[in-house]
Design a binder for this molecule. Structure first.
Ligand SMILES: Cc1ncc(COP(=O)(O)O)c(C=O)c1O
Length: 399
């Protein structure tokens, strides 16, 4: 079996783009250039500062254009997690008289764990369910929202299944209650067309590393009239909504990534979808005891989450990784074995499939060769993984 060593580096087959994406060459070049030469502080009154401030302004305009928002309504942050925290804290302050919130049962941990924290602060948080395809049960959500609801926060697309939620429909429900509406669009901005308008969220989070930008930079769209209480207190950056010297290279890189995404997504998405479908059909034709999640739902073009019956996903991921194949699983390893993902549990995925979920997520850099490589190796890998039931039998991926 090929093993990674200095002389024989493994060829990486990267199919884990919902975790993060490869920065594009233009982004790497922009970040490197700004880091090397445009080191002024954007708040400084001299020429070096002015140049840096111009770069930040230009990037903000590019990001704003990507989502059809006014540039001044974008708060640049350190990424999706900070944006989500900023948004939800702002939403709780927007309606201080209300102590109730609604999220979906399949939110990302940034929303789930913050809401767990809010519960300890006296908030009541209800969770709207999803159906077996991972679609939001909008009727369920509508029944939970009341005139005491401070905010509703839902994903635009789920990171594990790629299933897209009907934001406009939910916006109508939320608006009539007077609550604040946050959309976690980290998996969609820069990947599919996302426009803010009167039918979208009041607040919308996004993250550059999900669309071939740098890590550690992202943003929050804030609808005019919604006030933001900063999480970070200090200087007057970001119109007093987020203090701290701007990450100029990262922000410039995000701007470049946003521009490329805006100009290329209509062209690349059909190609990505075609490759994803090739992978999906290949899996379904090779295995009888497999379920692909969300195939009947509105789904991101890049995601294929396949659940293999009676397979330990961690074992399969490690065996795949030995061949250079990078994918992921919602299941988490714990001392008691594999913990199933809350997303799959909420969807009611039957027990034999619950711990065998492998998420493949593609990007514009994915190739037919990568997909065929995976399809050729999977039968043997799944057969070997089926003989490994406990994590103790595994050799972890060396780091
Ligand atoms: C849906 C969703 N929300 C939020 C985040 C957090 O974003 P970041 O990694 O930029 O902090 C992620 C990252 O995986 C995500 O998939």
């Amino acid at each position: 079996m090929p093993k990674e060593d200095r002389e024989h580096p493994l060829q990486i087959r990267y199919l884990d783009n919902n975790a993060t994406t490869r920065p594009s060459d233009e982004v790497v070049e922009a970040v490197r250039g700004v880091l090397a030469t445009e080191y002024g502080n954007p708040s400084s009154m001299h020429v070096a500062g002015a140049r840096a401030a111009t770069l930040v302004d230009e990037a903000r305009r590019r990001v704003a254009r990507l989502i059809s928002a006014p540039p001044e309504q974008i708060v640049v942050t350190s990424g999706g997690t900070e944006s989500v925290n900023l948004a939800i804290r702002a939403a709780t302050h927007a309606r201080p008289d209300r102590r109730h919130a609604v999220i979906s049962a399949v939110e990302h941990s940034s929303v789930r764990r913050l809401c767990r924290q809010l519960r300890t602060e006296g908030f009541q948080i209800d969770e709207a369910g999803v159906d077996s395809e991972g679609r939001l049960r909008v009727d369920n959500l509508a029944g939970l929202v009341t005139d005491q609801t401070a905010f509703v926060s839902i994903l635009h697309a789920n990171n594990e299944t790629g299933v897209v939620f009907p934001v406009e429909e939910v916006a109508e429900i939320v608006r009539s209650s007077g609550a604040c509406f946050h959309v976690d669009a980290v998996q969609t901005v820069g990947r599919i067309s996302v426009c803010v308008n009167e039918k979208s969220g009041d607040l919308m989070s996004f993250s550059a590393h999900k669309f071939h930008g740098p890590k550690g930079v992202g943003g929050l769209y804030v609808r005019p009239g919604v006030s933001i209480k900063p999480l970070l207190i200090g200087g007057h950056q970001e119109r007093d909504r987020r203090a701290g010297t701007e990450n100029t290279p990262g922000i410039a890189g995000m701007g470049v990534a946003a521009e490329t995404a805006r100009l290329s997504m209509d062209r690349v998405n059909p190609q990505i979808a075609q490759l994803r479908d090739r992978l999906q059909q290949g899996i379904l034709s090779r295995f009888e005891r497999v379920r692909v999640l969300g195939t009947d739902a509105d789904r991101m073009p890049n995601t294929c989450n396949a659940c293999f019956e009676s397979i330990n996903a961690e074992a399969l991921l490690i065996l795949m990784s030995e061949l250079g194949i990078c994918a992921s699983s919602g299941a988490a390893c714990s001392s008691g074995g594999i913990e199933p993902s809350h997303v799959l549990e909420a969807m009611g995925v039957p027990e034999p499939y619950l711990r065998g979920s492998i998420r493949f997520s593609l990007s514009r850099y994915s190739t037919a060769e990568d997909v065929d490589f995976v399809l050729d190796r999977l039968p043997d890998l799944v057969s070997r993984a089926s003989k490994i039931q406990t994590s103790a039998q595994l050799t972890p991926v060396s780091r």
